[in-house]
Write a protein that binds this ligand. Structure first.
Ligand code: AMP
Length: 510
């Protein structure tokens, strides 16, 4: 027997087995009225209701429906209400500006856009067939007693398109199939030990690679979702305490926020001895990993992956052999990105690029066949990350081959920022690089050669970028140079430009 793997399975199981259990607790502090606590039956009913509402708008199977919002219970409803009924969800980064969101809406061909009311000031002008603000408008779309148009399950159908900044000036749309999402969620959930006893705090943005697939894994097992809208250290600790949270995921910046909050916390740290925290996006400092164990009493788990790999590629979780080690020794071992997850094969190219084969690798970039062919050349997915694989078959990310900066867990394309700086009349040449930063891991620095006879202040160039780009993509500093290192063929030598800022560090990523 072969039954198509689709994300409808996750919600169907939750409804069938855990129908009366509270599955979703919305963020109380938001502009839209929060959704009431939802049992899994109500959650499934809301997803069906949304699907029927989209039927009512005349959307075909395969139609794209975008949503731009901070984390929200309505976003969980959206993830299932679109994909599980044959439509394609397009979750969009809420930090992007109107032009950037417009590009994604246009490129994906989204017919409907769901938008958080708090974003109307910045994104109100985005043009789309039909727009619904979250709250009264979007809730009215949810049909009571719904009977959505049946969809013949197809595991190779595209379930979501997730836009990610990469090596091109414009983001690319990663097409994830139901099969990609299903297998990622199964392996990720299994290897992190997700069970019906888990309470999951959504510190990770749900738009980012569909919250790494945890919304599916957690739902399938009947765990509880606690929605968090904004990363704030003390609030994370309070929610862990109030809801008995057992698991969260995030970039290293999330751990830093929690460690800071823990230093000022009165009494026992919530979750000590029971919490596990899954970290990716950048290699966290070894000392930070040790502090997670010694100061929080939480288990640290590292994963590595990309939006293109749904994301799970490697996992590093304390194994039985390390139980007798000291926390400091364990932290060293856990600082590696990890060993291949089930079903993953790793290799490195002759120039040290990490290559992978797994069922979680994307189907294609939406309407970009050339970029797809390049990423999947020779039957491997090319990660663009430099890595070493040690004798224990654990990979460590040492370098980035692609021109991408990762700041606070989000990708920034250097080329996109360079394009904007170039559009300033005073800029003759420019190189945008990532430099280490305590808070964000990496921050964006622009190296600029002025056009002949021009002068401009650093702040004016930063403001120029802030006018045109999402703020997390903008340089935090500009340095003026007489010239920039180039190869004989005129190509910028980014590694040379970066090296003075990374001196003394054993890895070129942070
Ligand atoms: P994204 O597609 O936005 O999720 O970004 C994926 C990128 O994040 C990867 O290509 C890596 O450069 C970086 N990354 C993810 N996890 C890790 C990790 N554990 N260590 C180092 N870099 C990581």
């Amino acid at each position: 027997m072969e039954i198509p793997l689709t994300v409808a399975d996750h919600l169907a199981r939750a409804e069938l087995v855990y129908g009366d259990r509270i599955g979703v607790v919305d963020e109380p502090d938001q502009t839209a009225p929060p959704m009431p606590d939802l049992t899994y039956r109500q959650f499934a009913e809301a997803a069906r209701g949304l699907a029927a509402g989209l039927d009512g708008l005349g959307l075909d199977h395969g139609a794209r429906v975008a949503m731009v919002s901070q984390n929200a219970a309505r976003m969980l409803v959206f993830l299932f209400g679109t994909s599980a009924f044959g439509r394609v969800g397009v979750p969009v980064n809420f930090r992007l500006n109107a032009d950037e969101v417009q590009y994604i809406v246009d490129h994906s061909g989204a017919e409907v856009l769901l938008m958080d009311p708090e974003l109307v000031d910045t994104l109100g002008d985005v043009a789309v067939g039909q727009r619904f603000l979250l709250g009264e408008e979007s809730d009215a779309l949810i049909v009571d007693d719904p009977d959505p148009r049946p969809w013949t399950p197809d595991e190779d159908a595209t379930a979501t398109i997730n836009y990610t900044s990469g090596t091109t000036a414009r983001p690319k749309g990663v097409e994830m199939t139901h099969r990609n999402l299903w297998l990622n969620a199964a392996v990720f959930g299994w290897q992190t030990g997700v069970s019906d006893r888990d309470v999951y705090l959504h510190t990770l943005p749900m738009f980012h690679c569909n919250g790494w697939g945890m919304p599916y894994a957690m739902t399938a097992m009947g765990g509880q979702h606690i929605v968090l809208r904004k990363v704030d250290g003390p609030e994370i600790l309070r929610r862990v305490e109030d809801h008995g949270v057992t698991l969260l995921c995030g970039a290293p910046a999330v751990i830093a926020a929690v460690l800071d909050a823990a230093a000022d916390w009165n009494g026992d740290i919530p979750g000590a001895g029971t919490m596990r925290i899954v970290v990716a996006g950048a290699p966290p400092p070894t000392r930070t990993i040790e502090r997670v164990e010694t100061e929080l009493g939480w288990e640290f788990i590292q994963i590595y992956g990309l939006t293109e790999t749904a994301p799970l590629v490697t996992m590093n979780r304390c194994r039985a052999e390390w139980d007798d080690h000291t926390p400091a020794e364990r932290a060293v071992l856990l600082s590696r990105a990890g060993a291949p997850a089930l079903g993953v094969t790793l290799a490195t190219s002759p120039d040290g690029e990490l290559l992978t084969r797994t069922n979680h690798v994307l189907k294609s970039y939406w309407e970009q066949p050339e970029a797809t062919a390049e990423a999947l050349a020779d039957g491997w997915f090319h990660t663009g990350d430099g890595a070493v694989i040690d004798e224990a078959n654990y990979a460590s990310i040492t370098d980035r081959k692609k021109d991408v900066i990762i700041s606070g867990g989000e990708n920034v394309s250097s080329i996109e920022v360079e394009d904007v700086l170039f559009s300033h009349p005073s800029v003759g040449e420019v190189a945008v690089i990532g430099v280490p930063d305590d808070k964000w891991g990496e921050t964006i620095k622009a190296l600029v050669v002025l056009a002949q006879g021009e002068t401009v202040e650093e702040q004016a160039l930063i403001d120029h970028c802030r006018d045109q780009l999402a703020h997390f993509k903008c340089p935090t500093s500009v340095e003026f140079r007489d010239e920039l290192a180039r190869t004989a063929t005129g190509k910028l030598q980014k590694f040379k430009l970066r090296s003075p800022y990374w001196e003394g560090m054993d890895r070129q990523v942070n």
